[in-house]
Structures are given as C-alpha cells and as structure tokens.
Design a protein around this ligand. Structure first.
Ligand SMILES: [Zn+2]
Ligand SMILES: [Zn+2]
Length: 177
C-alpha cells in the first residue's frame, strides 16, 4: 500500500469520477451516480436527484485540475477546497470500515464530500512527494488520468481498454519490422 487505505480509496474514486467526463461522458444519469456511490462504498446523504448529479458532474473539472496539477499548485487547491467546505477532520469507524478520516458532515452534499475527501487524500500525496503516481494516460488519443498505486510504478494506461489497444499496436509494429 502506497497511501493509507482511505486515501487510496478516495484517489481511485476521484480518478474514476474525473475520467467519466471523457468522450463519451459516462455519468449522465442519476442511476450511474447511484451505481458509482454503491460500488465505492460511499455513506451519508445521497438524494439521487438531478441536482445532485449536476453538482457532481460540475465537480469533475476541479477534480481533474487537482489530480493533474503540479505539487505546489495542488497545495493551493487543497487548502482552498478544505477552507471553502469548512472541513474538520475527524476519525470515524462505521459499518465494516476501520478507523478512517471524515472531514465533512454526512449531511453535506455528495459533491462537497467527494471534493473534500479528494483534497484530504491529496494531502497524503503531497506530503509523501508522490505526485509521479498521477499522470495522463500513455495512449496518444486518450486524456484519461492514470493513478499508479503499483509497487514497481508500472501503470501507464488509464484503463484495460487503453492498455490492450496499445499492446495490440505494439505487437503489430513488431511483426511488421
Ligand atoms: Zn466513512
Ligand atoms: Zn487511456
């Protein structure tokens, strides 16, 4: 594990959320947000309506900016996000989850909670000076964010699809040569 379990979970879900804004956009319906919410084990307020969806959709650009900014710029964004949300970190234990950090009220909007959770996770990335774990997909035609939590820092593609496409292309190039 590179970061604490809750920080890693927050980074994984933030990257997936930011990448959903690609082409095609894969977060356009409340059902898709409900599925994301359940799959990533979110707790707290979840209205399931359009307003919530729109707010989460609008958050994606700032998540992308935060995840891809350089270290010093990320510090400014993290501090801004935490101050704006009035974040107060506290340790909690609920459901099957061991001690982890919450920094927002469970009644704050889902977008606010995701934003703060991502900012809290970026605190770990910044302090550990592990920005190289975040980058853009090595596929020439893809703008997806890559989060590399592997031990040997070997992850280059944002998705299995991008990895496979490039493996096939590399294979063809080798055959041709
Ligand atoms: Zn929790
Ligand atoms: Zn990709």
């Amino acid at each position: 594990m590179v970061f604490a379990h809750d920080a890693e979970a927050a980074l994984v879900s933030a990257v997936e959320l930011a990448n959903s804004a690609g082409d095609p956009d894969t977060l356009t319906e409340p059902d898709q947000l409900a599925e994301f919410f359940a799959r990533h084990g979110y707790t707290g307020r979840h209205t399931g309506d359009r307003d919530e969806l729109d707010e989460v959709r609008a958050l994606r650009a700032s998540l992308r900016a935060l995840l891809l900014s350089d270290r010093d710029a990320a510090v400014v964004l993290v501090n801004e996000m935490l101050a704006r949300a009035g974040a107060i970190p506290r340790l909690v234990r609920h459901d099957d989850e061991d001690w982890h950090v919450h920094a927002t009220d469970p009644d704050a909007s889902l977008a606010t909670r995701i934003g703060v959770e991502t900012a809290m996770a970026m605190i770990d990335v910044i302090r550990a000076d592990e920005h190289s774990r975040l980058g853009v997909c090595a596929d020439d035609s893809c703008e997806g964010i890559v989060l590399d939590l592997s031990r040997n820092r070997s992850k280059r593609y944002c998705s299995v699809a991008c990895g496979n496409r490039n493996a096939v292309a590399a294979y063809r190039t080798r055959r041709r040569d």
